[in-house]
Ligand binder design. Structure first.
Ligand SMILES: [Zn+2]
Length: 490
């Protein structure tokens, strides 16, 4: 086997996986067949493939082959989870609610007693149905990664594979949590008093969706204008939102559609799907702009670039492009231009969104710190203790009480939380640089559009830290993200 063989088989497999992911996630196909796709391309998860990747000297290929090996092994668990999620229902107050619909109901329910009951039921049913599956899945992943001799434990192995110093990022996350604690408490207190009329120490995880729901502004964010508004705004930057038709939008309502929006590349750059299940309000816009960022980034890549630069690399980069666009929906000038909100409403909404932004940033910082502890816990022993660590980290950081039982379901495989945190660092630095170069309204400046398109065309050839150094001359840090949120809340 040569590198070229590895890459051509890999490209074919990703096309199959991408299509399967799109069809099952969009609710167009019931039974996922990831396992048989991996089996069809079994040579990619063999030792010969790993040797070829190692000999190529391309780190992204090694990380990819290891990821495939894990992906193939855990595919039965992922499939069972997906099938279970599509079939599970909850009963609250005599009402049947599908498991996948529950997050949308939680976000849209002003009735606190109902929210608390629904979230309790969601936790109970999810714990019973999935926790064992998740535990086995992570234990198997540890076994496979541990067998490769990449580092002393799972955390060290993933640090080595990804090139991300996870403990150092965990320390930075810790500092971020301390630096923004007072600001967050003050802003959240104001918001919660206004929206729920309760004290901060009474908050439950069930309240997160409704506290940040901003439903009074829904009329300014009509679901049927999502695509047209995005096309118009990108057009004003001289960018094509569909990248010459290569991005395909799926906004239809289907009962088996995942509630979480996603982007599924099938061929990079020529066939990319953006799937969203609109549930009303500002969140639809923010989510759509986020997934559009991924979709445009994939669809913009120079087709002549090698496989590992088009498909692989540091996902902090694609997440940063997704965040670059989703943060526009928090921008004063953007809100004035692309919605019909009045000046006062813009300021009120911006305050609420900035609190929500800080909540998310703090939640991910806490998640990384928890996941470092989780992966070092040995998984099979002391799970009760790890559950308590989960609840403590998440509750301390967000000030909403998180349930211990979620400690296995609220874990993103392979430390994806670290990619999000680095994306926040890169995106905020990028946005500050765009403002310096092209002014506050860079989002309607064709020169800024050309600047961004050029970076998108490089795919993920460079990791987030190198890209940040190139654009800003500085190392990645949380400082730009903190400055931005302080400007609204302090
Ligand atoms: Zn994303």
């Amino acid at each position: 086997m040569k590198v070229d063989d590895l890459v051509s088989v890999g490209e074919a497999m990703h096309a199959d996986l991408g299509r399967e992911y799109y069809l099952t996630g969009a609710g167009l196909k019931r039974d996922p067949e990831f396992q048989s796709i991996y089996d069809r391309h079994a040579e990619l998860s063999g030792d010969a493939a790993l040797d070829v990747a190692r000999e190529s000297g391309i780190d992204a290929l090694v990380e990819w082959i290891v990821g495939l090996r894990v992906g193939r092994a855990v595919a039965p668990f992922e499939e069972r989870q997906l099938t279970w999620e599509q079939g599970a229902t909850l009963t609250v107050d005599g009402r049947e609610i599908s498991y996948l619909r529950a997050p949308i109901e939680l976000r849209n329910s002003p009735d606190r007693a109902f929210r608390l009951a629904l979230d309790r039921e969601l936790t109970r049913v999810g714990t019973a149905g999935l926790n064992g599956l998740r535990r086995d899945r992570f234990a198997l992943e540890h076994e496979i990664v541990g067998g490769l001799g990449l580092g002393s434990d799972y955390v060290a192995s993933i640090s080595a594979l990804s090139g991300i110093a996870l403990d150092a990022l965990g320390d930075a996350a810790d500092t971020l949590l301390r630096q923004t604690a007072d600001l967050y408490l003050d802003a959240l207190t104001r918001l919660v008093r206004r929206r729920l009329g309760i004290r901060v120490d009474e908050l439950e995880r069930a309240d997160t969706g409704w506290v940040f729901r901003a439903e009074t502004f829904d009329a300014a964010f009509p679901p049927d204008a999502l695509v047209a508004t995005a096309v118009r705004q990108m057009g004003e930057m001289g960018l094509d939102a569909t990248q010459a038709g290569r991005v395909k939008f799926d906004t239809d309502e289907r009962s088996a559609k995942q509630p979480r929006a996603f982007c599924a590349p099938v061929h990079v750059p020529r066939e990319v799907y953006l799937v969203i299940r609109p549930s009303g309000g500002h969140t639809d816009y923010r989510t759509f702009w986020h997934e559009l960022g991924h979709a445009m980034h994939f669809a913009a890549v120079d087709p002549e670039r090698p496989f590992h630069e088009r498909w692989l690399g540091d996902n902090s980069v694609t997440e940063a492009f997704a965040m670059l666009w989703d943060h526009l929906t928090l921008h004063r000038g953007w809100l004035r231009r692309y919605t019909d909100l009045s000046g006062n409403d813009v300021d009120t909404l911006r305050f609420e969104l900035a609190v929500s932004e800080l909540y998310m940033l703090r939640r991910y910082a806490a998640k990384l710190r928890y996941e470092l502890a989780f992966h070092r816990s040995g998984l099979t022993n002391g799970l009760g203790a790890v559950g308590a660590v989960y609840a403590q980290h998440l509750t301390d950081a967000t000030l909403f009480r998180f349930p211990e039982q979620d400690h296995l379901r609220d874990v993103d495989p392979g430390f994806y939380a670290a990619r999000y945190l680095r994306a926040w660092q890169l995106e905020a630095a990028l946005a500050a640089s765009l403002t310096d170069r092209f002014d506050e309204d860079w989002y309607r400046n064709p020169r800024a559009g050309a600047f961004i398109q050029q970076f998108m065309s490089r795919g993920q050839a460079d990791p987030a830290d190198r890209l940040a150094a190139e654009v800003t001359g500085e190392a990645l840090s949380f400082a730009p993200a903190v400055r931005r949120v302080e400007a609204v809340l302090a």
